[in-house]
Design a protein. Structure first.
Length: 324
């Protein structure tokens, strides 16, 4: 029986200007553009095998068989790939993240980016980076940003075929490091997909969206000119804006733990002391503390001094999604 297999590796990414809210949920067309950095070394490795011998799709994630809604989400995604290829076979997927699953790093971005490349190759398609990004977006919005490498922008776009991500600076453009302070927290109750649905219930979302072009311009410019202070100002504002929307949604979403707030207050003080350091927080309690690589050892040391910080993960700007 013929088997068609491919394996891909993809980095997670951290949004510096956040995606929060969809204008079309099914197509995952975002209400606003976003900017991110791929996270080197924090990867999903995904193997996809199609075979006539399978009578359903199956998924093994970190050695555990997955069923229910997470498997259905993968099957819906594979249906897009099967439609593109005009191919009917089911797939077996084996995927592993090399970062702790409880670290609260958006694993869906790396997972759907790796799945996009592995599944399309296994099925015999050879898509361009843009086509892969468009496809990955349908699995998880932020996954479209893990397809290209380094510093990446996802355009909100005009329509389905125009909303994709591209790299505007390669990984070695700027020696930034993301030190991820993993804090004590309960498992999160509301995932991003559900959160995006609530975004419009906040009266603050309109103002956040209206101001997006300005924030994107400032962030892109700060990266291209390697201006750390400008980056710090804009990404902390953007993170606080997104969390303001979350906290004023109906029902309200509070992703922060007490330790999150402690760190958000401490990081700007470290910056006042002269350390090039700033924070951003995704839909969870962990704090992504960005700094320049020369400051990383000291920053990691200072973060480890916080009793509620369980561990600090470390990532430089990462490469594009690739076959292995
Ligand atoms: C807060 O891409 O995880 O991390 O499309 O439903 O999978 P789905 O959502 P997802 O949302 C990411 C939200 C965020 C901000 C960001 O990464 O831009």
């Amino acid at each position: 029986m013929p088997f068609e297999t491919a394996t891909a590796v993809s980095c997670a990414n951290i949004a510096l200007i956040k995606y929060w809210g969809n204008r079309d949920e099914k197509l995952r067309l975002p209400v606003n553009g976003s900017i991110s950095m791929n996270l080197d070394g924090l990867v999903a490795r995904t193997q996809v095998t199609f075979s006539q011998g399978f009578d359903h799709d199956s998924l093994i994630l970190n050695t555990q068989a997955v069923s229910g809604e997470p498997l259905k989400r993968v099957t819906r995604f594979l249906n897009l790939v099967r439609d593109l290829a005009g191919f009917k076979q089911y797939a077996n997927i084996i995927s592993e993240n090399n970062f702790p699953t409880d670290a609260g790093i958006a694993s869906s971005a790396a997972a759907f980016a790796a799945l996009s490349l592995a599944a399309t190759r296994a099925i015999g398609l050879d898509l361009s980076e843009k086509q892969l990004s468009l496809l990955a977006r349908r699995g998880s919005g932020s996954a479209c940003r893990s397809i290209p490498g380094g510093f990446v922008e996802w355009k909100a776009g005009l329509d389905e075929s125009d909303s994709y991500a591209f790299s505007f600076a390669p990984p070695d453009y700027w020696d930034l490091v993301d030190c991820i302070a993993v804090v004590e927290a309960n498992p999160k109750l509301i995932g991003s997909t559900e959160g995006h649905r609530l975004a419009n219930t906040s009266p603050l979302q309109v103002a956040r969206i209206q101001d997006t072009t300005r924030r994107l311009d400032l962030c892109r410019h700060a990266i291209l000119s390697r201006d750390f202070d400008a980056l710090a100002t804009i990404i902390e504002l953007d993170s606080n804006l997104m969390h303001s929307v979350m906290m004023t949604s109906t029902p309200p979403l509070f992703y922060w733990a007490p330790a999150t707030v402690e760190l958000m207050k401490a990081v700007p003080l470290l910056r006042k002391e002269g350390l090039p350091v700033c924070y951003t927080v995704d839909a969870g309690p962990n704090v992504h503390v960005l700094c320049t690589s020369d400051a990383a050892d000291l920053v990691i040391k200072r973060l480890n001094n916080f009793p509620k910080v369980n561990q600090v993960l470390y990532a430089k700007p990462g490469a594009p999604t690739r076959l292995v």
